[in-house]
Design a protein around this ligand. Structure first.
Ligand SMILES: [Zn+2]
Length: 467
């Protein structure tokens, strides 16, 4: 009754840590929709993606899936894999065989399964970071995307005694395909010489020395099409304006913006691209000490703008200000996208389901918005306006590092960054403080780091540079 017409593609998964009993699951996926009565609907945000039926015969589970005729975007294709994964866990399946009909993208399906299966549980006894292994060979694109997401999750999850500026740099260098991308880094002396003073000020309370990493696609011209910029605060205690102790452990992932940036570069370095790109990340720790920068300090930024520090916990924007200026001066990009776990205020506004998008170009914002929906790494556009920008003015210095009152903290942070973006350069700032980490996981990811940002940008690039 449920036989599929000519199932040709197959994938198989086996439990790595074999249990005593062997429970099998057989999955058939058809690209033809079905109106059979006994099917259940799998819907997300009120849209039915597929219908399915699961039964058990001779102690073997059978799952039949019928795809609806809807947009075949990345999310709709790969969520199939995470659905199969969730059911495999639910029924303690040890062996899964998957058959799909012609019109089903089995690469996307296997990718979705493997993305959901990964958990960076390195410090647990007998952990393999995943439960299943597969015989299926992913396409180059999906394999590169998966490896880059897992690397991103690793960076974000490792604590700050393992990942700090110099170890972040060392780990990242080994991950980039140097045939396609030139990697370089600046140490404290070089950073001092260049004059990235705001970045230096943030780092000066820590014993760990700061680093800046730069990446550029090889054999490109002077002006790159796109520059990625990432905030890499490897631990953010708040500094002298110290944070409350509850939940402070989360501040090990205040470097997620830098992690997304280098993971994008890793992903791109494995592929051929029809555009040129560069990347820059600023890596520091924000710590209190006798040498730390203090509220009231005035620092001359690399751009020459004098910045008054009114809160040492508003440090991400100081790091970004200098590397945005320096990166734009050096690589002259047409478009800049920066990533930062910048403000707690963005979580008040959008929760954990959308990242905040701040953008000076409507078309760019529109493409990012649609890539967000198509990958389920969703972004919501927030305002930029001189009314907010004014809050950063002071009678005494060029620029304050926080706004006037308690409200709109994500917007004033973005306004601060915009002061350092060259005029006529397209720019998007993604505040990923709410979306980077989810204790309970989400529809596509296991518990912990979500890898937010990479799949979004992979999709964005395919749309923006389509020709
Ligand atoms: Zn902070």
């Amino acid at each position: 009754m449920y036989d599929l017409a000519s199932p040709i593609m197959k994938a198989q998964f086996n439990l790595i840590n074999k249990s005593n009993q062997s429970i099998k699951l057989s999955v058939d996926v058809s690209d033809k929709s079905s109106n059979k009565k006994d099917l259940k609907k799998y819907s997300y945000n009120k849209i039915c993606i597929f219908k399915y039926f699961i039964d058990i015969t001779n102690s073997k589970y059978n799952l039949k899936i019928y795809l609806e005729k809807i947009s075949k975007n990345h999310f709709n294709k790969s969520v199939l894999g995470s659905f199969i994964y969730d059911n495999s866990i639910k029924y303690s399946i040890s062996q899964i065989s998957i058959n799909v009909s012609n019109g089903v993208d089995i690469n996307a399906l296997v990718f979705g399964f493997l993305q959901k299966d990964f958990i960076y549980s390195k410090y647990k006894v007998n952990s393999f970071l995943k439960k299943y292994k597969t015989n299926f060979k992913l396409s180059n694109h999906y394999l590169s995307l998966l490896n880059s997401i897992n690397f991103l999750k690793e960076l974000v999850t490792e604590p700050s005694n393992i990942i700090y500026p110099t170890s972040f740099t060392k780990k990242t260098i080994s991950q980039i395909n140097k045939q396609n991308v030139k990697v370089s880094s600046l140490n404290k002396n070089q950073i001092t010489k260049i004059g990235l003073n705001c970045l230096l000020a943030v780092s000066q309370g820590s014993k760990r020395e700061p680093m800046v990493m730069e990446f550029i696609k090889k054999n490109n011209k002077k002006n790159v099409d796109i520059l990625f910029v990432g905030k890499g605060v490897c631990f953010d205690s708040g500094g002298i304006s110290i944070k409350p102790s509850g939940g402070m452990e989360d501040m090990k992932w205040d470097m997620a913006g830098a992690a997304v940036t280098v993971s994008i570069i890793k992903y791109l370095s494995a592929l051929k691209t029809n555009f040129t790109y560069a990347g820059i990340v600023g890596l520091v720790e924000n710590m209190p000490s006798g040498n730390a920068y203090k509220p009231g300090d005035i620092i001359k930024s690399y751009k020459g703008i004098n910045v008054e520090v009114l809160n040492t916990d508003a440090e991400g924007r100081l790091v970004l200000a200098d590397i945005i200026t320096y990166g734009c001066e050096k690589y002259k990009p047409k478009l800049v996208i920066d990533f930062a776990t910048l403000t707690g205020a963005i979580m008040v506004a959008l929760g954990q389901h959308y990242a905040g998008l701040f953008c000076n170009d409507d078309k760019l914002a529109d493409i990012l918005y649609h890539s967000g929906l198509d990958t389920n790494e969703k972004v919501w556009r927030m305002p930029l306006h001189d009314d907010f920008d004014k809050e950063l003015n002071s009678p005494f210095v060029d620029l304050k590092n926080i706004g006037a009152g308690r409200y709109g903290g994500s917007v004033t942070a973005a306004q601060f960054l915009q002061r350092f973006v060259p005029k006529n350069t397209k720019w998007a700032h993604l505040d990923i403080a709410g979306t980077t980490w989810k204790n309970g996981g989400d529809i596509m990811n296991n518990k912990g780091s979500t890898g937010f940002g990479l799949t979004l940008i992979a999709d964005f690039i395919s749309k923006y540079f389509k020709n």
